[in-house]
Design a protein around this ligand. Sequence first.
Ligand code: TXA
Ligand code: MG
Length: 336
Amino acid sequence: MKTTDLKNTPSDISQAADLIKDGEVVAFPTETVYGLGADATNDEAVQAVFTAKGRPADNPLIMTVGDASQIEPYVQVNHAARQLMNTFWPGSLTMILPIKPDMVSMLVTGGLQTAAVRMPANDATRAMIRQAGVPIVGPSANLSGKPSPTTAAHVHHDMDGKIAAVLDDGPTQVGVESTVLDLTADQPTILRTGAILPKMISVVLGKPVIDGTSEKALAADQVPKAPGMKYRHYAPDKEVVIFDPLDWQDLQGQLQVGDAVMAQDQLLGNLGNQVPSWSLGTDLTSASENLFAGLRYFDDQEATVKIYVQAMPDIDLGRAYNNRLGKASAGQHFTL
Ligand code: TXA
Ligand code: MG
């Protein structure tokens, strides 16, 4: 199969929508990462997404919509969900809601009685979904286990020959996947950290939000609530090691041929040309935006053996950044 590159133009968006209607798989841009789109109401199309990604069938998919009204036939939208949609959509908040009986395929939900729903903040993608007239499934467009794609080139790298088209709208902005919020539990619970922070949700709902991603919550939970979070994820083939900025001097003294460093400009300023480096910019936003691209870059460099990546403060967007980095490194830290 030849994978067509489509751009953010009216005729290309129509072509993408037609492909979705025909049951084909089309990768699409969002503000977080690129996704793999297919008609969520067509089981064969959904199956093709699992096949292209090599994804385990018990890991459910997000139903992705162009308008909030597109979700109504499929899930029960309660008052809290309505408030959050009004505030954060389009944007990086995925909500888990009860499905309407028999309205969502088992393939999409992984057999659960709930479904994940999201409206991304990308105009080309939302136009494509509205024109297709159906919600699309939207897992990240990487091969299962690899870092999520933040450019169309990343998608081509993983998916060329496996999917019909990639809708290219340039690099994504947020760089880490959306916040996943479970609204089917007694209390709203975060299942995956992202750019929409618990405190932002709490302010809108006027009540506390449980952090289901804390060490304590995970230890108490035998069955992971977001099935996807149990898999080794986001991991390059190369060895990834986390380092604390306080250890920067020590690390510099130990660097050798084959090492690469991903760090903030504040640190890279005094590295010189000792080893190749990748800039994470100067703040949490730029670090999240550039994390996956750097991991993918060094993964493809034959000379790179080990990638040292700077940890961020574990607050705000730093939570999501550190979570993804933790998975990429399998928790391996630099120590002297
Ligand atoms: O930012 C994003 O959310 C991206 C872009 C492309 O929209 N998509 C994405 O999808 O990250 P995916 O499939 O890679 O991650 C969806 C997460 C998985 O961890 C999955 O297990 C969880 O949401 N999930 C999906 N349906 C669920 C459900 N009914 N209950 C609990 N967790 C669910
Ligand atoms: Mg994913």
